[in-house]
Design a protein around this ligand. Sequence first.
Ligand SMILES: [Zn+2]
Length: 169
Amino acid sequence: MTSAEETPGDRIDRIDRIDRIDRSTGQGFLAVALDEARLGLAEGGIPIGAALFGRDGTVLGRGHNRRVQDDDASCHAETAAFRSAGRRRHYRDCVMVTTLSPCWYCSGLVRQFQIGAVVIGEARNFLGGHEWLADLGVEILELDDPACIDLLAGFIKAQPELWFEDIGR
Ligand SMILES: [Zn+2]
């Protein structure tokens, strides 16, 4: 079929077929972010991890929340992963993978750089801006992953003051 014969509906179907990240691929991506979250916990920090992937599964960058480690409230998991990826011409073909629903600041990062997809470990311990991103056309895959839920829930129970500092409450 030539593009002249393609209807808008066909085009949406085609994009869906090409772009959708399936759950098993998403879980594979999430394993890297979860490793980062555990590293952060081992360092005495807040256990939230992230990684920036290419659609082909290449890890472009990875990182974790470093509020405690660096005494820097702006170093979130997603920003750390994004910065470690260095410069790129564009990000539409990239996937931000994070253990926790991205806060407004990190959702803004996804929006600003037009990252095409976000894979989220969980949104039970914290609901950020991922529904806003979905409304803007960003592909969102929420995995509701028990390991991510348990890791952060355990931390919140153990260090509630640090958690509430992180989320600004
Ligand atoms: Zn954030």
